[in-house]
Design a protein around this ligand. Structure first.
Ligand code: CIZ
Length: 304
């Protein structure tokens, strides 16, 4: 099918099946453009929970669709490709978290949203890259077990020095693809540009940044800034949203290598096929949903 026919067919299926499509900021431009909502994983899940639609297609990676299912368990949650996983989330299992709890029994477990539903189910509270610092500060515990991203964990540790943070050694392979040397080179080429990076980047890259934030925070920062040139250190899908909110600004991706192969598994063809067949669906055991929801709700209760 031609792209325009595919888009028309998806619109028709959305209407007849009363479905909504949520897309993460890292999705392909054409997938973002067909979505009812584009944002980060937390905003996607909040949108889904408040939505009246019974069918939610999540164009992102698996943990994002699971988060939607946990917060809106009565809804049918579809994904374009079940194999779109997250290597960072795969670095830790629920059993490994339980072992960490045995070693640090008085510490609270803070799990980044980039984790499986099973890991969330054994966590005290979740966090995103937007609110990790706030979540950790909100806890009465002196010790924090932070999983699974070591760079986000170190970012939190630098901002909350009064706590002892035990950090898991996971990382996002896509955010590790940009080096400090590359960012320094880009700064040399564009000396007037501000450097904005995601906290999943290595500390040496973060040290060169003028602003560090989640995808939504990066988009908000660039849209609101009076500056007109930016070097952007996160997955390249965010450039599409940035070009929409800041059409007159000069935007340079920090490295052409920052492309997540899992995020790019979702195509318009797969979105169409999933809506048509109502497959693949995200299904989770009720007990995991209930326990993981406690950790997600605890995060949602942290004051902004
Ligand atoms: O929270 C998310 O969706 C992730 C994984 C990154 C971000 O900053 O949007």
């Amino acid at each position: 099918m031609e792209q325009t026919d595919l888009v028309r067919a998806i619109e028709e299926l959305k209407r007849t099946s009363k479905a909504v499509i949520l897309a993460h900021n890292y999705q392909r431009p054409e997938v973002q453009d067909i979505a009812d909502f584009v944002g980060d994983s937390l905003a996607m899940a909040q949108y889904a929970a408040a939505s009246e639609a019974n069918v939610i297609l999540v164009a992102g990676v698996r943990f994002m669709a699971e988060t939607v299912k946990i917060l809106a368990p009565q809804k049918l949650v579809l994904v374009p490709d079940l194999n779109a996983g997250c290597p960072l989330a795969d670095t830790i299992t629920a059993e490994q978290v339980l072992k960490l709890k045995e070693v640090h029994p008085r510490a609270a477990v803070v799990s980044y949203v980039n984790t499986s539903a099973e890991v969330k189910a054994v966590s005290d509270i979740c966090c995103t890259s937007s609110n990790a610092v706030r979540v950790v500060r909100s806890l009465p515990h002196q010790g924090i077990i932070f999983v699974p991203d070591r760079n986000l964990g170190a970012f939190v540790e630098r901002r909350v020095p009064e706590k002892k943070v035990f950090i898991w050694d996971g990382f996002c392979p896509t955010h590790h693809l940009v080096s400090a040397e590359e960012v320094a080179q880009m700064k040399g080429l564009h000396p007037r540009a501000e450097v904005v990076v995601h906290p999943e980047c290595v500390p040496e890259v973060q040290a060169l940044a003028d602003f560090i934030g989640s995808t939504s925070q990066i988009i908000g920062h660039i849209a609101d800034s009076e500056k007109d040139e930016f070097i952007v250190g996160t997955e390249e899908g965010v450039m599409h949203a940035l070009r929409k909110v800041a059409p007159n600004k000069q935007l340079y991706l920090a490295s052409p290598k920052m492309v997540c192969p899992n995020m790019k598994k979702n195509t318009l063809e797969k979105v169409y096929a999933a809506l048509l067949s109502r497959q693949p669906q995200i299904d989770l055991p009720g007990e995991i949903i209930d326990r993981a929801r406690r950790a997600l709700r605890a995060m949602l209760e942290v004051k902004p």
